[in-house]
Design a protein around this ligand. Sequence first.
Ligand code: FAD
Length: 524
Amino acid sequence: MLSTRALVWFKRDLRVHDHAPLVAALAHSDAAALFVLEPEWLQSPECDASHVDFTLQCLAELRAALALRGLPLLVRVGSTVPVLAQLHQALRFTHLLSHEETGPGWSYTRDKQVATWCRGQQVAGQEFSQTGVIRGLRSRSGWAGRWQARMDAPLHLLQLNEGRFQAATSLDQADLPTLQELGLAAHGKTLQAAGERAARSTLKSFLQERGFDYRKSISSPLTADTSCSRLSPHLAFGTLSMRTVHQATEVAIAGTPERAMAYALRGFAGRLRWHCHFIQKLESEPAIEWRNFARACDGLRESEFNDDHFAAWCEGRTGYPMVDACMRSLCATGWLNFRMRAMLVSFASYHLWLHWREPGLFLARQFLDFEPGIHWSQMQMQSGTTGINTLRMYSPTKQAQDQDPQGHFIRRWVPELGRVPLPYLAEPWKMDISVQRMAGCLIGHDYPAPIVEDRAAIKSAKDRLYGLRQGSGARAEAGEVLARHGSRKSGLPNSTVRKRGPAPRTASNQTAPAEPSPQGDLFA
Ligand SMILES: Cc1cc2nc3c(=O)[nH]c(=O)nc-3n(C[C@H](O)[C@H](O)[C@H](O)COP(=O)(O)OP(=O)(O)OC[C@H]3O[C@@H](n4cnc5c(N)ncnc54)[C@H](O)[C@@H]3O)c2cc1C
């Protein structure tokens, strides 16, 4: 046992199981744990009270779980470096143990400041990876093999009898603050259950029952809410580790006697890799949260932002029932399935020709599972600014007919359309006035007329984007984007990367197995 004191700094890893810094802390003479509610986060444009509410609930459970093992969890409000400096005065910790984080710009800056502070105080700052995202990655070649190796590695588990800490502090733990004390208004959303226990039972119910129809049921918002795993907030806040989900899924696949279930779960297992694959893009190129992947797209939409269209989209009153139902459902629950997220963004980017950044910030606040690396990559993919993806422009009418053929979802979330006859439900503006009166829904009065005309808007978007892509500059740049971020077999050119974080790591390349694609195209 070393005569040293560890401070375990929790961030987006609010769990006890498979937590490398916690296990590492056991090797020190004593330890304490810390979570910081940072104003940089609370005041960031991506943060919503629902995210903070979920975090506070996770922290309450985590604090109790750590207390059982003798480890006090201190929760402080303030910027991290001053909080660390103050605690250092009181505790004189020698080691700061935490997980790597691939977050927005403010967390990137904070990590660098913490690293500088640690060096100045001669505190050993140790960061551990918790996903398949590789810091300081030089080439995408071999990435998938390295992901696999990390995911197959043993879990970092605290055995209950061995896992008791010597508490390093008698500092007042203080009650957790309320949303009000943090200056946040109530969010009004009905959220999924928070905490590690809820995460593990969600995983179990998915792998044992709910996952059966995964492949068939994930596109419709009617079935996706139970057929999808619903693990995304747990992965985002770290109440489950990706390695735990991956390993439990492999066990479930191997153990199920039903081929259909194994097939369904294999589809799910592939998506776990996408999670890290997308976050790797932000890790390697932090600017993608505000800048186009393809710089040839700079200037495409910036000067044409229509505030009224944006407001109508945010409030679910575009006049397109499927778009409005999805937005209202999302704002009430904090979750929406992939296909409908893509449709919302497609509508904002192509029909309304809005630049992706403001819609992206709005959606980041609505998604309880906001994960910057996935989110900003997907925002750009669905807006056509990666320069290399197939352009997918969703028709809200077709999506309504395909994914909600009986209109249950639309009627639930857009009650003004409750009595509109089914043949008109996806396109209520086609009702003549007598049908409108019968349905108690006057278009332009009870429910908006479409804010843009579908076909004309899509034609204009196609003309502009395909025109842009045909330019020789855009084509050359597409190759560069693909080299930096595309999944591929080994042999493609290496890229230069900007290193994130205080302690970039590199590892040797291996040959990549072929990967499934989130959209069936090269940007996977
Ligand atoms: C515009 C847009 C923004 C998005 N923003 C986010 C976000 O902020 N956070 C987030 O977790 N997901 C995001 N997604 C991806 C996807 O919609 C969600 O991961 C999924 O709906 C979460 O529900 P689930 O956990 O039940 O998914 P499941 O289908 O059960 O998938 C399991 C896990 O696999 C990963 N995954 C699934 N699909 C994808 C995908 N296409 N790309 C990357 N990872 C995937 C997620 O970690 C997910 O939790 C976004 C998609 C779009 C189109």
